[in-house]
Design a binder for this molecule. Structure first.
Ligand code: GLU
Length: 466
């Protein structure tokens, strides 16, 4: 096989979607597995949807996951430029060659005329397709219009009554009837190519061997098949990845669901390696049934052909579980560093105190963000309480703790014997103490926590609770 080259071709339209990372994961793993290269190309030809700063956000997101491309607008590479807006003369050249070969033509139809056409088609329940009016223009008529400076676009021709077929690595053999394929605009009146032309020209010129992209692009592919044919180029292998669905399986994971954006995971205290592991789990099954494994193992064992065409569901609870496993696998010092990197304000807290709390909360954390809510009471008194106290029960606890040594085993004995004497359940007594000291009904192991908090502070909090 020739060199494997995969690519991700994001448009700079906002924060990257988690579905983009899932494609990057496949691109990255497949290129690494085959000792090839992974390329990023910026598809910035749709100026109406261009968002300033989005390019930088894309690099950040890829870097956060450790999936940096080998070639990109940022790091350059032998096929530069990698930003489509910097390749305009090139597209023009290829469009002219298509016109020359009779595979593309000028279209001078105005917006108004096209709108009218659409409306009539809608009324007659016809598919919205260009009616090919300008295809009938003679060469002289075209020349005259160009001379008069009438604005135009370039459209590709589509043969009639033909089956356009291709073999998709993931979706299998696909056929389209050419009669339902529009004479697509390939060059806009502003001189920018549309996606269809640019993607074909660039995938070819950049020697991309495998195009992996979301299934939503599958209906565009027959147009690309035709363009490859018109240019006389071999088509790269295409593999359309199933879309990630919402948890309930109804519809694509969309921006409406807060967790579609990569930002959600960064801000939410997820570890990038855990998110990647989870994404690997939803595209593929580990041969030994493992759910936790490093990226290197995925790269080694992943089989692109095992990706089914069935759409996976994104289960946030399952991701939380995976994230929790990764948090627990960190040693305490590493977790401390990751916490500070995640939330700089944790770095301003007393270092040794944070270190002592980590072993207690680690078992209960599924995200880094939860550290604050689980361990906040070590650093400040609760501002509110999840429920009111039973003052008489609490005072029994306070008395017991006042008299004991400050280690959790002695404290446990004291609280248990006090509850027995008073004829109340030890569990209830512990709960009163927990709420008074931490403000909450659940949290890290209580007596170990009190040991860290210290006798004086604990008793003060119990005092306030009374
Ligand atoms: N620019 C397209 C996008 O934003 C790329 C589609 C493709 O990979 O061909 O997803």
């Amino acid at each position: 096989m020739d060199t494997v080259r995969t690519r991700i071709a994001p448009s700079p339209t906002g924060f990257p979607h988690i579905g983009t990372i899932y494609q990057v994961l496949v691109d990255f793993a497949f290129s690494r597995q085959n000792h090839g290269q992974f390329v990023m190309r910026l598809e910035d030809t749709d100026r109406a949807r261009f968002v300033e700063g989005a390019e930088g956000i894309i690099y950040d997101a890829f870097a956060w996951f450790g999936l940096a491309p080998d070639e990109s607008p940022k790091v350059g590479g032998p096929y530069a430029p990698y930003r489509q807006s910097e390749r305009l003369p090139l597209y023009r050249k290829y469009v002219d060659s298509l016109i020359g070969k009779g595979y593309a033509y000028h279209c001078f139809c105005t917006r108004g005329r096209l709108d009218e056409m659409r409306k009539t088609q809608e009324k007659n329940h016809q598919p919205p397709m260009y009616d090919q009016t300008c295809l009938k223009l003679t060469a002289d008529e075209v020349r005259a219009r160009l001379k008069d400076g009438i604005p135009y676009v370039i459209r590709m021709k589509v043969p009639e009554h033909e089956t356009i077929a291709f073999d998709d690595l993931i979706a299998g053999h696909i056929e389209f009837d050419s009669d339902v394929i529009d004479h697509q605009v390939i060059l806009k009146s502003d001189g920018y190519p549309t996606y269809h032309l640019a993607v074909v020209v660039d995938d070819h010129l950049m020697e991309i061997s495998h195009v992996f992209r979301g299934k939503e692009w599958i209906s565009s592919t027959p147009k690309h098949v035709l363009l490859y044919r018109y240019f006389g180029w071999d088509m790269p292998v295409h593999g359309h990845l199933p879309l990630i669905l919402n948890e309930d399986g109804k519809g694509k994971l969309s921006k409406r669901h807060g967790h579609a954006s990569v930002e959600y995971y960064r801000k939410g205290g997820y570890l990038p390696e855990a998110v990647l592991n989870y994404l690997s789990n939803i595209v593929w099954h580990h041969p030994e049934g493992k759910e936790i494994y490093p990226l290197a193992e995925f790269i080694r064992l992943f089989d692109i052909r095992s990706i089914g065409s069935q759409a996976p569901r994104f289960d946030l609870k399952k991701l939380d579980w995976v994230n929790g496993q990764y948090i627990r696998a960190l040693d305490d010092k590493e977790l401390h560093e990751r916490l500070v990197a995640f939330d700089a304000s944790i770095g301003t807290l007393e270092h040794s105190l944070v270190s002592r709390t980590i072993p207690l909360v680690k078992e209960r954390m599924s995200t880094l963000k939860e550290y604050r809510s689980l361990a906040g009471f070590f650093f400040e008194r609760p501002k509110g309480f999840e429920r009111p106290f039973a003052a008489d029960v609490l005072s029994i606890g306070k008395k017991a703790l006042e008299m004991t040594d400050w280690d959790h085993e002695a404290m446990e004995r004291a609280v248990r014997s006090a509850s027995e004497k008073a004829g109340i359940k030890a569990r209830d007594l512990f709960m009163e103490i927990r709420v008074a000291v931490t403000g909450k009904t659940v949290g890290p192991p209580l007596l170990e926590s009190l040991e860290i908090l210290g006798k004086e502070e604990t008793l003060k909090r119990l005092e306030i609770g009374l």
